[in-house]
Design a protein around this ligand. Structure first.
Ligand code: GLN
Length: 496
């Protein structure tokens, strides 16, 4: 593989004084304007995107119009919202009225949504300028952003490495500084694992906190939307703008979304931090283990109580996920038949409708999506439903109980986000190794609890210096505690 020239500059480790929150403040203080910020961002996108392939589509015209209208409102003394001044990238599985919504798939290559996802409407209402749609693994199935119909996304920390997936374009855009922040979706780790690989913050809320209306469905009982950002406070601000009940998504919760960081970070000495034994195994890369140990030592030294936790079902999460997620995907993706939705193969004279469906789906979907559909159809079929799907639902319940028991002993669970740093593009990981990327993240989706990945420092591999992520999980609907704890750990890690 040829190495594209590293023709862009980026902050390998973010300056804490230069996150979205600080940038928004500078716009409000009149030091700069949204339009000026956007123009410099668009220039950076032009120079970095040919190497990174983070964006599938840049929405320059509509972003310029939004930026101008926000500048005009600010000049008139109006308050356009907490995100006014920010430039945000959007994963290409959110329906947006501007541009296309392709989900990284040929199947939706020409699809233009007539409506905005609720999360998008709320970002706009909060004053965000949406700069473009980011590349992703097709239909959000993958851990590397290599399974994208528009080519692989590259990691700004190592141009021949993957950025993680499936929200790899979003993570690469944030890491490269070509957007202030981004939004993604997380069905089994697709926000947190790319955040870890790219050295940014990635957050997935409790199931039901953010409306999935207008998010192209993958595994409906697992999918959640969340931010990728430069700091915990940025992630909290974006989450708060998107969260809350929505009449268009009956699974959204009516619990109040509290401002997360009003009370500041926690005093570490008041915290019981649970370390799952199963997350500290020798499957972890030595650099990942070392950074994890250093984080635990720093917390202990700051007075936190470190509690050993057993989560024996950790590894069963992957098997459970790879039954439930494909089952739901096979049902969700059945609508793409070329007649009701999506790409249609050229009809052949005399061809039956069945054959047209089959050719359409085999031409429109990539191999990973086809594999998941077949797996999902199999586990839902009459002869195997009880053995696989029903059994997976039973294990799902046990995993939830295991978390409930763990949270009676600690306030937060802490471990690595992924067992290893970003791997090489085309490393041709066998399927199981690829699926094992998510061994520490999937269970939060299975149990529906909130989880965050924060930058945990850098590790060395083959002469390259790569980020790793620290993963934190709290009980359902405890986002406020999670952000406060994450903020505590973030400032400890930044000062070490
Ligand atoms: N990597 C996991 C998968 O391939 C998770 C994807 C996701 O969270 N969307 O399914």
């Amino acid at each position: 593989m040829t190495t594209p020239p590293p023709d862009f500059q980026f902050d390998p480790i973010f300056d804490p004084g230069d996150d979205l929150t600080a940038r928004v403040r500078r716009v409000r203080d009149g030091e700069t304007t949204v339009s000026l910020r956007l123009e410099s961002m668009l220039t950076a996108v032009d120079s970095a995107n040919p190497s990174l392939n983070a964006f599938h589509e840049v929405l320059a015209d509509s972003a310029r119009a939004t930026a101008a209208s926000i500048d005009a409102r600010l000049a008139a003394g109006d308050d356009p919202g907490p995100l006014a001044g920010s430039v945000i990238a959007v994963k290409d599985n959110f329906c947006t009225t501007e541009g296309h919504t392709t989900c990284g798939s040929r199947m939706l290559e020409n699809y233009r949504s007539p409506f905005d996802a609720t999360a998008i409407t709320r970002l706009r209402d909060a004053g965000a300028t949406l700069v473009g749609k980011t590349n992703m693994d097709e239909f959000a199935m993958g851990s590397s952003s290599e399974h994208c119909a528009w080519g692989p996304v590259r990691n700004p920390h190592g141009i021949n490495r993957v950025p993680g997936g499936s929200s790899g374009g979003s993570a690469a855009a944030v890491a490269a500084g070509i957007s202030d922040a981004a939004v993604g979706s997380d069905t089994g780790g697709s926000i947190r694992q790319p955040a870890a690989f790219c050295g940014c913050v990635g957050f997935k809320p409790t199931y039901g906190r953010i409306s999935r209306y207008g998010l192209v469905a993958f595994g409906s009982s697992l999918d959640q939307i969340g931010p990728l950002a430069r700091s915990v406070r940025d992630a909290a601000t974006i989450y708060e703008a998107m969260a809350g009940i929505d009449p268009n998504d009956a699974t959204t919760s009516d619990l109040t979304v509290e401002p997360s960081l009003l009370d500041g970070p926690f005093d570490p000495s008041s915290l019981r931090v649970g370390i799952p034994r199963e997350h500290c195994t020798n499957r972890n890369h030595p650099g990942v283990s070392e950074r994890l140990e250093q984080t635990i030592d720093a917390l202990r030294a700051a007075g936190a109580t470190i509690v050993d936790i057993d989560l024996p079902l950790t590894d069963h999460g992957i098997s459970t996920y790879y039954v439930i997620a494909p089952a739901e995907a096979s049902s969700n993706l059945s609508r793409y038949d070329g007649i009701r939705y999506g790409y249609r193969a050229d009809p052949r004279p005399g061809e039956s409708l069945e054959t047209l469906y089959a050719r359409t789906r085999s031409e429109g979907f990539g191999p990973e999506v086809q594999r998941r559909i077949m797996l999902g159809t199999y586990v839902l079929s009459a002869g195997y439903y009880d053995a696989y799907y029903k059994r997976a639902l039973q294990v799902r319940r046990l995993i939830k109980h295991e978390f409930d028991a763990a949270f009676t002993k600690c306030d937060v669970l802490l471990g690595p986000t992924s067992p290893h740093p970003a791997f090489q593009i085309g490393a041709e990981l066998d399927l199981l190794s690829m699926y094992l990327n998510d061994v520490y993240t999937v269970n939060a989706n299975i149990a529906g609890i909130p989880a965050i990945s924060i930058p945990g420092g850098m590790v060395e591999e083959d002469g390259e210096t790569l980020p790793m992520g620290i993963h934190l999980q709290t009980p359902a609907f405890c986002e406020k505690s999670l952000f406060r704890i994450a903020s505590t750990v973030e400032s400890m890690l930044r000062s070490d």
